[in-house]
Design a protein around this ligand. Structure first.
Ligand SMILES: O=P(O)(O)OC[C@H]1O[C@H](O[C@H]2O[C@H](CO)[C@@H](O)[C@H](O)[C@H]2O)[C@H](O)[C@@H](O)[C@@H]1O
Length: 244
């Protein structure tokens, strides 16, 4: 169990590279995607840390890039969105929105409306959230599965009380590999913090590339370290600045 795993060692800004998931890692999970509460000092902490790491810090999220930019307004550092297909501060992994995206969104939005569920419109995909009615999970899964069979180039991304449809061929660990080729990451030890199954390949990537992973919250993980909640992650980040 992750609960038995230790807390991570202090971040070393002179040697580490830091990759941070957003939902469930930097901010608490909320009842709806638009209801997350971003602590006022978070963009400032990320900015200071990014400077301390000479730019070797990136937020890596399943969120659309424009949503991340809105939530973290004031932080101008590296960001990867849409589960690795969008980025700011590096070459965007996916140059254009996927073909058939409009049709996929239209079908998903219609399904969500019909079943009184939340539809999340995303830059390269979309999500249906069933947190308000978990009994709908099976229907959401069947519908989204059928959509990915109808439209080439998309895949299912299971999420916390949601199912997402996103483009094939992109991933958070793939984004870490691209980021690591940037000069500011050269020779640094990758440290990745994340809470969800979507973060596991990136946590594994950090472990396999000389660094370590930090699993946030409950659940099995390949990460060797553990923090219980986003507040503990933010404390860990702030502690690294106090040492500076
Ligand atoms: O990669 P992440 O930064 O962890 O983003 C993953 C998905 O997070 C969001 O959904 C989740 O958080 C919501 C707000 O707390 C919550 O209401 C929902 O149930 C969770 O699944 C976001 O809406 C997605 O777009 C992200 O891909």
């Amino acid at each position: 169990m992750t609960g038995k795993k230790p807390a991570p060692p202090a971040l070393d800004p002179s040697r580490d590279a830091l990759f941070l998931d957003f939902d469930g890692c930097l901010v608490d999970i909320a009842p709806r995607p638009d209801a997350v509460i971003v602590p006022r000092d978070l963009p400032g902490i990320l900015t200071e840390l990014s400077e301390a790491l000479d730019g070797a810090l990136a937020v890596v999220s399943g969120r659309s890039l424009h949503e991340l930019e809105r939530f973290l307004e004031g932080f101008e550092g590296l960001m990867v969105g849409s589960h690795g297909s969008e980025a700011r501060g590096m070459e965007p992994p996916m140059a254009e929105a996927p073909q058939h995206l409009g049709a996929v969104k239209e079908d998903l939005a219609g399904f969500a409306q019909e079943h009184d569920l939340i539809f999340e419109d995303k830059s390269h995909g979309a999500a249906i959230h069933f947190r308000s009615n978990p009994a709908k999970q099976g229907q959401v899964e069947a519908f989204t599965e059928a959509l990915t069979e109808r439209y080439d180039g998309f895949m299912i991304q299971p999420a916390k009380m949601a199912v997402e449809i996103r483009p094939q061929g992109f991933s958070k660990d793939g984004a870490l590999a691209i980021l690591s080729d940037l000069v500011q990451f050269d020779g640094r030890k990758p440290v990745y913090a994340g809470d969800d199954t979507t973060d596991e390949p990136a946590l594994a990537w950090a472990e396999e590339h000389g660094g370590f992973g930090i699993k946030v919250g409950d659940g099995e993980s390949v990460a060797r370290y553990h923090l219980a909640a986003p507040t503990n992650v933010r404390d860990w980040l702030a502690a690294a600045l106090r040492v500076e």
